[in-house]
Design a protein around this ligand. Structure first.
Ligand code: SF4
Length: 207
């Protein structure tokens, strides 16, 4: 119960966070903050992505976009389970939509967010067994110096991270965005070798 209260106090605090809206900082958010995350003291699996996109900023629900459809397909998970906090925590590297760059692409997750909240949120979920590090930002934070020279090499080394003894087990994944379609075509081992293991691990943790 104490853990539950601690996490719910923390998520309440995050829901009021306006760190990135402060007009005195460099490049404040171009919109009001809207942190989108699902933290849980029950889930055994955490999905750690980048940051909400424009659609998720509107819906207030993580992965209500094409990336979510692909990610659920990778995981072999239905929507009902995916949004069940007893099964999955969804904690991106930046909790608010960071806005678009000049080319119309999503900006990087706000650095301020992980600095302010990440350690506290992860520490408040000690029951986690599996952490999916989706994309370079989550890999930088959760794998740190043990990352390889780029995302492809880090994801290709997935077996190495599974063999580490520290909990939670970390599995690196590319971002499921359509922008990574060509990466997926160039790296067929991801579909053939890694995804079956991911699906199996999820089944095991959800039992
Ligand atoms: S991105 Fe994170 S730190 Fe920035 S306003 Fe949103 S919750 Fe706060």
């Amino acid at each position: 119960m104490a853990g539950n209260n601690r996490l719910s106090d923390l998520t309440n605090e995050i829901s009021r966070c306006r760190i990135c809206c402060d007009r005195s900082i460099t490049n404040p958010l171009p919109h009001e903050s809207r942190p989108v995350l699902i933290a849980s003291t029950k889930a055994k699996i955490a999905i750690c992505g980048q940051a909400p996109g424009a659609r998720v900023h509107k819906s207030g629900i993580p992965f209500t976009d094409r990336s979510g459809v692909r990610l659920r397909d990778w995981m072999g998970t239905c929507e009902k389970d995916f949004y069940n906090p007893a099964k999955f925590a969804i904690v991106p590297m930046g909790f608010c939509f960071p806005g678009l760059d000049a080319k119309g692409a999503d900006m990087a997750p706000r650095r301020e967010c992980a600095l302010a909240w990440r350690r506290k949120v992860i520490d408040a979920m000690p029951q986690l067994k599996l952490l999916l590090a989706v994309g370079i930002y989550a890999q930088a934070w959760h794998i740190g110096k043990r990352r390889k020279r780029n995302l492809t090499c880090t994801v290709a080394a997935w077996r190495e991270y599974l063999n580490e003894s520290e909990a939670p087990t970390i599995l690196p994944l590319p971002h499921p965005s359509w922008r990574n379609n060509s990466w997926l075509r160039k790296n067929p081992w991801f579909d053939k070798e890694l995804l079956p293991v991911l699906k199996k691990m999820i089944q095991v943790e959800l039992k």
